[in-house]
Design a protein around this ligand. Sequence first.
Ligand code: GDP
Ligand code: CO
Length: 400
Amino acid sequence: MKLEFPKEIERFGAIRFGGLQKIFELDSGGKTNGKSTRSASAIQNVSSEALSEIESQMAIVVPVRNERLKLIEGVLCGIPHPCLIVVVSNSPRSPIDRFRMEEDALRDFCIFVSKEALIAHQKDPLIAKAFAETGYTNILNEQGEVHDGKAEGMIIGTVLAWLAGKKYVGFVDADNYFPGAVEEYVRVYAAIFALSRSPFTMARIAWHSKPKIVESKLFFRKWGRTSAQTNSLLNRLLAHYTGFETEIIKTRNAGEHAMSMDLATSIDYSSGYSIEPYHIVNLIEKFGGIVESTSPDLMNKSVEVYQVESRNPHLHEAGDEQHIEGMYYLAMQVLYHSPICPEELRTEIYQEMRQKGYVGNGSPPAKPRYFPPIQTIDRSLFTEAIKGAQYAKIIKEKIR
Ligand code: GDP
Ligand code: CO
């Protein structure tokens, strides 16, 4: 893969936010000696051999809730073979057992392509027990089950990938119509890890465009309304502290993103769909040097955030207006409740929430749940608790 070096970099405490990078060639072929070669200073080259090498150390987590099987199958087919697939599903088990159907589809897929993959249900009692016994209890509801929510599914997936000894973890949504886009995202993650020099690295995909039918023609829309709004919130946060207006952040709700396992197990998470904007907010809380870091030992490390523009258009199951508005409200919540949110911005956010009718007069905005770093979980206790599950057997084989 040939991709541009980030032309713009915003440094913020220990974090380096890279500007949007373009891809020039999806497959640049060939072998290289070593990890990568620079063909020209502005464009970097990662050979297909180097990509495969990283992919064999990467897990791809696919969070699923009630998606059409045909879509899930397409997504699986787009994930490069060397990656470990981890499906975490929160699909209903009655009146029709959707999860059973997903398991069947994954099993068939694995037979056809000769590989093993992990699949777990979000409400699996063994997983709930493992979280309870390791004290990771924010993730459990009153009935002692794991809460609903995309973030909660992603956390389960990350923990399983961590136990399987993977060095990198990437995420792809299950509702993607283009297997080729999924393949591209995973290749991008691998290319970024091949090029990054920091063990604390995050890669976020900015979609090239979203195809829509407008006046009976296909129109490739670049910026959705919500994405622009949320990006602008995060950029205003950065600008407040640097004193320079910036447009560096282009990937607010990046469902497609990947992290080195060192980073993925060090940061805090927030619930449901608020997880992705909170990535940025939490990185700044932890590594930005504004408030006292909860992980001071990490402050002298460099954290690298890369944003890459995909070449494939992004087409997924369209959320309705309410879902999209809900995502924006969540992004506002994580910022509003963060200790790094400047007072003026907090007031403005509150006014906007009032205006949009999200909060009543004088009442505080809703607050997502927060989860501590995965690193705080005792690995052997967790492994012991899930012993007996099929996914635990595969993990055991992987690390042997
Ligand atoms: P959007 O694409 O950001 O609008 O959000 P989607 O509704 O498409 O969700 C993104 C991905 O998360 C999809 O693959 C969903 O199936 C999945 N997802 C949504 N809610 C949950 C959940 O509660 N648990 C799990 N495991 N996955 C979920
Ligand atoms: Co979607």
